[in-house]
Design a protein around this ligand. Structure first.
Ligand code: BGC
Length: 415
């Protein structure tokens, strides 16, 4: 690697201080703090360590990254931006608009990113013709994770429809199990809503509501029906769901206490981290009614300008992230699929292979949609306003008719 040669030479000439971020370190702000996420992050840390680049860890716990983004704002405001930041969709665009991100075009050109990274990711990774972030993966939110032994024991087949889903959860409830493992946090409620809205109204409805922010669609009877389905799901969670972290909800499925979890495929990282095998110990399938669609989000590392252009360490980090071997090694552990479409996916497990194929097929057939819950459908201000409505409704503060009205208002105020 050309950049590495330069780095190793300069590294010898730079003296380190114990407290400050050393010149050849990268400081990485991220929210990968669960067991499965940390295992995936280690793949990246090891890669860098193998090339003499130190890692300054800046973890900010909180699924979906809301807290991480608050910490980031404070760091940048105080003139102390981290080197690299895990970021989603519209957040990348917002920071790029502020001129805070380094230009990665030289590296991207050398490594041909234009040809190997799908357009849906380039929409966020590029701004004004400049590459400003390095895509690590593609996740999608419209998955169901199921305990296989429990399905077998209760005679449950993979649900194909909403009605099948309800019938399966009824069986679990009757057997004294938790039907739906869920954590009552706004971003988790919204993650479920991605799939429920897509299944209820279909892809055109989803796009009109969350991407185009069409007020008529946001205020429609179909949206009310989506909220009604959320209220139905609320009847299948346990009494202690409030505030629970997503990975603890996954653990309930892993342990056989709960039948299903509706969650992005980072949940698979938890199953793998617990040595569970897809198809044997757990099942993964698309939320019924969204079998053709993919609501995606992509973790990317945005590089904050540290003075003059992109530093050697930032360039190396970006180069390492996009390397084919890293893409496979990392995504195998993380639960996501590669951010490049030119790789041999045979090393991925069954869920991963399905995810990679689904992503490519949805991309080709126009069935790929940015996840509202994970910042790929609309900017943070609108997303957060939607979170508030979805979560208030899930907790019984509004009925579905009121939730629909509040959703329209939330968008009007924040557009
Ligand atoms: C990120 C995932 C992460 C999940 C839970 C999502 O927004 O894209 O990488 O695992 O949040 O923390």
């Amino acid at each position: 690697m050309t950049i590495m040669k330069t780095l190793k030479l300069t590294a010898c000439a730079i003296s380190l201080t114990a407290t400050a971020v050393a010149a050849e370190d990268v400081e990485v702000l991220h929210w990968w703090t669960s067991g499965g996420e940390a295992a995936a992050l280690n793949v990246l840390k090891d890669d860098l360590a193998g090339n003499d680049i130190g890692w300054q860890d800046m973890p900010v716990a909180g699924g979906g990254g809301g807290s991480a983004m608050t910490v980031l704002r404070a760091r940048v405001t105080s003139g102390n931006a981290p080197t690299a930041v895990q970021m989603l969709g519209f957040d990348i665009t917002d920071w790029a608009k502020e001129g805070a991100l380094a230009d990665l075009n030289a590296l991207a050109g050398e490594q041909n990113w234009d040809d190997v990274i799908p357009a849906a990711l380039q929409t966020f990774a590029k701004h004004d013709g400049k590459w400003v972030s390095a895509p690590v993966n593609v996740h999608s939110t419209n998955w169901v994770w199921a305990n296989k032994a429990l399905m077998d024991e209760l005679g449950i087949e993979q649900p194909q429809t909403w009605e099948d889903m309800i019938a399966a959860m009824d069986k679990a409830k009757e057997a004294g199990k938790v039907a739906l493992a869920h954590g009552g946090q706004a971003w988790q409620d919204a993650t479920i809503f991605d799939a429920v809205a897509m299944a209820t109204g279909g892809p055109e409805f989803y796009k009109a509501a969350f991407v185009d922010l069409d007020e008529e669609v946001l205020g429609s009877d179909t949206m009310k029906e989506a909220f009604d389905r959320m209220a139905t799901l609320r009847g299948y969670v346990d009494d202690n769901f409030s505030g629970r972290d997503w990975n603890l909800a996954t653990a309930m499925v892993i342990n056989g206490d709960a039948l299903f979890q509706l969650m992005g495929d980072w949940a698979k990282g938890e199953f793998l981290n617990a040595d569970k095998v897809p198809g044997e110990d757990f099942a993964c399938f698309r939320f019924p009614g969204t079998q053709e669609q993919v609501t995606f989000n992509s973790d990317q590392f945005a590089m904050f300008s540290q003075g003059e252009g992109v530093s050697d360490e930032q360039a190396y980090l970006a180069e390492a992230i996009l390397s084919p071997t890293f893409q496979i090694a990392f995504n195998k552990v993380k639960g996501s699929v590669p951010a490049r479409t030119d790789l041999d996916a045979s090393e991925l497990d069954a869920c991963g292979q399905q995810g990679y194929e689904d992503f490519k097929a949805a991309s080709a057939s126009g069935n790929l949609y940015g996840s509202m819950a994970h910042g790929h459908a609309n900017p943070a201000a609108i997303k957060n306003a939607m979170y508030d409505v979805i979560t208030a409704h899930f907790n019984g503060e509004y009925d579905s008719a009121t939730a629909v009205e509040e959703l329209v208002t939330a968008v009007q105020i924040n557009k």
